[in-house]
Design a protein around this ligand. Structure first.
Ligand code: NAD
Length: 353
């Protein structure tokens, strides 16, 4: 057994806790160090995960010669700067979603990756769920034919995160479009075979969060100063003629207590829904349509753990990045255009690369 890759996590809050076990159980990696500007986090990381190397100095992690992988779990606005610095220091980087708040940021990260020859992956954990993998395999085998339309949404009622990481532009850059939007757009594009977006008509709004007494089911009152979008929607055109409609909300009078998260894809041979993994088809000779559910095998690992395991395996084996930055660039181009379309009130054309 070769030496395990040592992982340093920067940003020890919510998502870092979701992923820590993934690094611990990896055959190829081990959790070695953590960094947060808030040292109150350290007791928990020391007692829960046994980490002794804990620091408030980001550069101490990035320049530590013992660290092989840096996992960036800080607010969105730090992703580009930290990823570029870590790649330039010779580290492999997994960075939380959104890879960067803008396409320009992702292009800088891709340039740093190419300079360093190290691996860069976006932490899009939806792709690592058993349901998404099963559907992707079926689609890649041709079950839907030519996919010409998709719909994807993640709608929450009274479900705004209230941490500064998410609700202030200074840290988040933007709101639910970036937060939940990247998940549903990334999954839809991946299932569609990564078509290139060419135009977006979008809307981004803040309506309920700024009402007097506005609340979230996670922590009571929504803090003053909330300055990002709480609802976003877009119609996207692709170079192959396909279209995608997305809707995401933290706050919407949507009559469902649970998060409503769905992706629908429609092709020339069939359609499907995620996460149910039901394929809808028809037989023109028999004049009948029918549904069939994919047989799913249970994955013993949670998607947040599986993504760490797969990243470490890819680094150890010299395999391609499990979620390449180029695919996240297309997601970011859509989001850039969504916010620009909100400003201009017009469809935004995405120039070809
Ligand atoms: N993939 C997912 O399922 C998922 C879930 C939640 C959050 N996220 C993403 O993860 C990132 C962090 O979100 P979170 O929920 O963990 O937020 P959080 O607020 O819970 O934690 C962020 C942590 O980063 C620390 N931090 C802030 N600035 C820092 C700096 N300059 N250097 C070092 N540490 C710093 C904060 O003190 C805090 O402990 C965001 O980009 C978010 O979009 C992804």
């Amino acid at each position: 057994m070769t030496k395990k890759l040592k992982v340093g996590i920067i940003g020890l809050g919510g998502v870092a806790n979701l992923k820590a076990k993934g690094w611990q159980i990896s055959e190829h990696a081990e959790l070695a160090a953590g960094c947060d500007t808030n040292p109150d986090r350290f007791d928990h990381w020391s007692s829960e995960y046994g980490i002794k190397n804990l620091t408030t100095d980001v550069n101490a992690i990035i320049n530590d010669p013992d660290i092989d992988i840096v996992d960036i779990c800080t607010p969105n606005n730090y992703h580009t700067q930290m990823t570029v610095a870590a790649l330039d220091a010779g580290k492999n980087v997994m960075c939380e979603k959104p890879l960067a708040p803008t396409a320009e940021g992702i292009r800088k990260m891709i340039a740093a990756r190419d300079r360093s020859g190290k691996m860069l992956m976006t932490a899009q954990h939806f792709r690592f769920s058993g349901t998404a993998k099963a559907l992707k395999a079926e689609i890649d085998a041709g079950a839907l034919g030519n996919i010409y339309h998709a719909r994807a949404w993640w709608l929450r009622r009274s479900g705004a995160p209230i941490r500064p990481t998410f609700i202030y532009k200074e840290q988040a850059y933007a709101g639910v479009g970036l937060d939940l939007g990247v998940h549903v757009i990334d999954l839809a594009l991946w299932l569609m075979g990564n078509p290139t977006p060419v135009g977006v008509s979008g809307v981004a709004r803040t309506e309920l969060a700024v009402q007097e007494g506005a609340f979230s089911k996670w922590g009571g009152d929504i803090p003053q100063g909330f300055d990002v979008d709480e609802f976003s929607t877009a119609f996207v055109r692709f170079d192959n003629g396909a279209s995608l409609i997305i809707e995401v909300s933290w706050l919407l009078h949507h009559g469902s207590e649970k998060d409503d998260v769905q992706t629908w894809l429609y092709g020339t041979k069939g359609g499907c829904q995620w996460p149910s993994c039901v394929i809808s088809e028809s037989n023109n000779n028999l004049k009948q349509h029918y549904d069939r559910a994919l047989k799913l095998t249970e994955d013993s690992l949670k998607p947040h753990h599986r993504e760490c395991v797969e990243f470490a395996r890819a680094v150890a084996e010299g395999a391609p990045s499990p979620v390449p930055a180029e695919q996240s660039l297309n997601v970011a181009l859509i989001l850039d255009a969504l916010y620009k379309s909100q400003e201009t009130g017009r469809e935004v054309v995405i120039p070809s690369a």
